[in-house]
Design a protein around this ligand. Structure first.
Ligand SMILES: [Fe+2]
Ligand SMILES: [Fe+2]
Length: 155
């Protein structure tokens, strides 16, 4: 499987988590419940961005380094990181909800840009073999079986 397809699949799961967190902040005024819901998003989102930063983006550098889309995606990863570092310290429920809405809007827009531009560029500049080799690295990292091959690591 190509890494771009794997990452699209991760986006699909993250969209469900976005909805879960949106529902939580609509239905609760409890700061602990709200922060706990964001912690699930935090762990999943950071893990997803780490795979893009470590596996996909470096392979794109020789082709589109310095071009807008790749730099924009890296900058948005940093912006998402900064919000995720700050939300735990926010103890005003309305300010917390505003921060979380900002986070989800940013992450949603970021995903749309990746799906509509960056992944398409990856599929244009990298060969199918390169994309599949990266998909194998993704499968090993995620401990899933792809194309009938077990990539489960011994660790
Ligand atoms: Fe990303
Ligand atoms: Fe992504």
């Amino acid at each position: 499987m190509k890494i771009t397809d794997a990452l699209r699949g991760e986006h699909a799961v993250l969209y469900v988590i976005f909805d879960f967190v949106r529902d939580t902040i609509s239905n609760s005024e409890d700061i602990t419940i709200i922060k706990n819901s964001v912690s699930v998003l935090e762990r999943t989102l950071l893990s997803h961005a780490e795979i893009e930063d470590n596996f996909l983006f470096p392979e794109l550098d020789p082709h589109i380094a310095g071009m807008g889309p790749l730099e924009m995606m890296r900058t948005e990863h940093q912006s998402i990181d900064e919000i995720l570092k700050s939300y735990r310290d926010e103890n005003d429920v309305d300010a917390l909800k505003a921060l979380i809405r900002q986070l989800i809007d940013l992450a949603f827009g970021h995903f749309q840009k990746e799906e509509m531009a960056l992944f398409a560029m990856a599929e244009q500049f990298l060969t199918d073999d390169e994309l599949t080799a990266l998909g194998d690295k993704w499968a090993e990292k995620r401990n899933v079986v792809v194309d009938g091959h077990s990539c489960i690591s011994a660790a």
